[in-house]
Design a binder for this molecule. Sequence first.
Ligand SMILES: Nc1ncnc2c1ncn2[C@@H]1O[C@H](COP(=O)(O)OP(=O)(O)OP(=O)(O)O)[C@@H](O)[C@H]1O
Length: 427
Amino acid sequence: MADQAGDPLFHSHDPIFNRKELLHVGHVPDEDRIVGRDDEIESVAAEVGAITRGDPPNNVMIYGKTGTGKSLISRHVATRAQDAARTNEIDCGVLYIDCSEANTETRATRQLALSLKEQTDYQENIPVRGVGTMEYYQHIWQILEACFDAIIVILDEIDKLDNSNILMQLSRAREAQKTDAYIGVIGISNKVKYRETLDERIDSSFGHRELFFHPYDASQLREIMRNREDAFQPAVLEDGTIELCAALAAKKHGDARKAIEILKEAGELARRTGSEAVSEDHIQQAQEVAEINRIEELTSGATVHAKLALYALASRIITGDRETYKTREVYERYVGICELVATDPITENGLYRQLKEQAFLGVIESEKTGGGRSQGSYLLHRLVTDPKHIVKAVRRDSSLEELPTYDRLSGSESSSRAHDTDLSSFS
Ligand SMILES: Nc1ncnc2c1ncn2[C@@H]1O[C@H](COP(=O)(O)OP(=O)(O)OP(=O)(O)O)[C@@H](O)[C@H]1O
């Protein structure tokens, strides 16, 4: 076998990245790389901080759009509280549960029990299957009794849990004499209306404070990225790239994750194309890739007809002179497109339902407009993103790759190619 270090196939030096791990999705940055969240850090600490003095903490719910630092700040404060508690000789555990994966009470309690076991020298076997929620709670109470004075449990994406009983069990554990340890829960959700979904009994026993994290503005996003500039080799990021990346992410909704992802993708693009620097052009291209990926992900569970409906709306916008179209107008285009891909169309009513589902997923916006008493009202549909991205995302479906490209629809590609599609039905 060839010696990898000496094999010219594998470069020992990465010309673009220096510490790429700083840009990985799951990376938790050090304290000195956290920017623009001082007030939020203090607010969360004020709720759970009593733990560090051996007093009962408050539960707290953090709301905010994606990428606004909810998970990061929760983990950061919980870890600092754990350290501060230790200096006061208080044993405080920190547990993080991603409820989008552990989305049932059994899964969440199993993960809690297993994580607690991992942090201690608890000897009893905790089976991973074949036992119910009650048994996992038993292990949790036993471990808490034996090993902890307090714990902070972070329940990320809490709205994905199929029921919220765990909140009641954790907040009533002392009262029900299951354990003497104090338990503080930090719940995290993108859905501001989560509280309304809680059973009254659970809501009252959970008795939490609510905090709202606002989106970052462009200057905060710039700072967040500047603080990770050493992810790249010195002088690789051209002037203006971070500013552009921050401006693009701020335009979306101030999502720090998106900003970091775009920066990383731009670096990958530069490396793939053999460039020595990351330019504004790489950032623009990376943003497009990120947006197409996002749409592909959002529509991954959708039917072919839903994708064709989206494509029909996008193609109307590209070839027309308006941003909004009625269901009937989208349907007419959709029927023509079905012919192109040899698929039987569904009914107009069926298409209307598909469009409504896409509105629910946040890919389009549908607004009722109309017409006065005699004319009746109708829906107008608009895309939330650039139609070019929709066309590219839909064409990634292997059964739909024969659909006309964006360039073909917009007329920027010549129509003399061998496999040209007849667009006469699009007029
Ligand atoms: N204030 C900040 N300073 C530095 N990096 C940040 C900051 N806020 C967020 N980030 C980075 O942005 C990414 C997303 O942050 P985080 O996971 O905390 O967002 P979130 O609000 O929990 O999003 P979601 O609801 O999608 O889970 C992470 O990589 C995180 O390190």
